[in-house]
Design a binder for this molecule. Structure first.
Ligand code: PLP
Length: 442
């Protein structure tokens, strides 16, 4: 288990998180249940912010990439830790604003923001909009003209850096749907296009090279390409970018196949990045840009645990044993999407030796509805509480009502106190938006 969070085994031999016994949390709030460790989230937000202060004189901003886990509470925590956020949809923007998050500290992303989302962003006064198409540059300029606003913008660039990670979460390969490629000249073209817009104030550039990246040099390489691009653009157009947003993507620990990083390691990522940017700026004779960085997964991922109750145990002799839980791909679709791996523990039997390997299956009508394959566990009986670790990122935010299951509730734990931050859905919620047209009712 990870050393930084409050995850531990208590005197009763149960899993404990944020000073709360996981078996008691399951009994009190019901399962499936997402549990979030507030201290851990704050520790990670602070780690990045302090590293930017230390290595870059604070001339930058940490933006929590809220698509990893978005709800009112997380924006309130980010605000109290004095960092910004990025959002990628009207829904995330609305959630942030509903939590009282200051609009000027919000960056808005998306490769195909709708006209309504752009208008909502501009009218709310979001700090920066990151442009990802000509269509968007034109629409946004026109919209800002009508609204009498001069909007700060960045342009999303594809620096052509391949980070070593799962192909589906790679975003900066030459055929990515995101950004404008430096290599084929479109990045320079869109820059000229945006510079000519009277209602857009181009501050600089953004890139995001992928996710679940451990290779420290990947970020330095992306910084190289971006500073080189900034230098080239300055030479050719005399526009000098004042902001460089380097994206997110720092990896986390899921299973023993991943390194276990400590805050010192994340601090090191920032140090390398800032060092490289500074070096390159000297080389190109550029002013040091304001740096934004957008960690998502590494802030909330290891802070989260999902609790389930084991149901049917199905042994297929000589083949495998399935333990079915009361959740599944509707609360965690990551195995179905990417064959993601997780560590699973029996929350009430933490000191019992693991005697078997089982596959944790969900309750959806879908063979691919699996949470984890071949995980070592002690003997498991129906009614036992199972905990899947490192589920804080891209679980709740990707949850659905598939099979009309409820999206589970979430609690935030700290010092033995557990507070509901997302209520469990009800049957009424399930049918809330359904409409029975007159002619279907006799
Ligand atoms: C997804 C995303 C992030 C966050 O990535 P993590 O791997 O969760 O740190 C940051 N910026 C952008 C633009 C993204 O799309």
């Amino acid at each position: 288990m990870n050393q930084r969070s409050t995850l531990k085994v208590n005197g009763a031999g149960h899993l404990e998180i944020g000073g709360c016994d996981a078996v008691e949390l399951a009994a009190r709030f019901g399962t499936p249940l997402y549990v979030f460790d507030e201290d851990y989230i704050r520790l990670m937000m602070r780690t990045y912010r302090l590293a930017l202060d230390k290595y870059y004189g604070g001339n930058g901003m940490v933006l929590y990439a809220s698509k990893a886990f978005s709800c009112k509470a997380i924006y309130a925590v980010a605000n109290s830790e004095n960092i910004g956020v990025d959002v990628v949809s009207g829904g995330e923007l609305y959630t942030a604003l509903s939590a009282g998050f200051p609009a000027e500290k919000i960056y808005m992303h998306g490769n195909n923001k709708t006209p309504e989302e752009l208008e909502f962003a501009v009218k709310s006064g979001v700090g920066v909009i990151v442009i990802d198409s000509y269509l968007e540059a034109d629409r946004l300029d026109e919209l800002c003209g009508r609204a009498g606003v001069k909007q700060n913008v960045l342009i999303r660039i594809n620096p052509g850096v391949e980070a070593h990670t799962h192909a589906y979460v790679q975003t900066a390969t030459p055929d990515s749907k995101f950004g404008f490629s430096i290599a084929n000249g479109t990045a320079e073209e869109i820059t000229r296009h945006v510079l000519a817009k009277s209602n857009l104030n181009l501050q600089g550039f953004h890139c995001h090279i992928g996710s679940q990246i451990f290779e420290k040099q990947s970020f330095a390489l992306a910084a190289d390409k971006m500073i080189d691009f900034i230098g080239t653009i300055k030479e050719r157009t005399s526009f000098e970018a004042q902001t460089l947003n380097i994206g997110g993507g720092f990896g986390i620990y899921y299973t023993d196949e991943d390194p276990k990083l400590t805050p010192a390691d994340y601090d090191e990522y920032v140090k390398i990045l800032c060092g490289r940017i500074e070096e390159r700026c000297v080389e190109y004779g550029l002013k040091k840009p304001f740096i934004a960085m957008e960690p998502g997964r590494s802030i909330v991922g290891e802070a989260g645990v999902t609790l389930y109750t084991a149901g049917a145990v199905k042994e297929i002799p000589g083949i495998k044993t399935y333990v079915a839980v009361d959740g599944g791909m509707f609360d965690n679709p990551r195995y179905a999407l990417y064959q993601s791996k997780y560590t699973v523990v029996a929350a009430g039997k933490m000191n019992a030796p693991c005697t078997q390997k089982v596959t944790i299956a969900g309750k959806c009508c879908e063979s691919g509805d699996i949470i984890a394959v071949d995980v070592p566990l002690p003997e498991v009986k129906s009614g036992d509480v199972l905990a899947v670790l490192s589920t804080g990122a891209y679980n709740y935010s990707m949850a659905s009502n598939y099979n009309r299951n409820f999206i589970p509730s979430a609690v935030l734990v700290r010092d033995g106190d557990a507070q509901t931050i997302i209520k469990k859905q009800t049957y009424e919620d399930i049918v809330r938006n359904d409409v029975l047209p007159e002619r279907l009712i006799k």
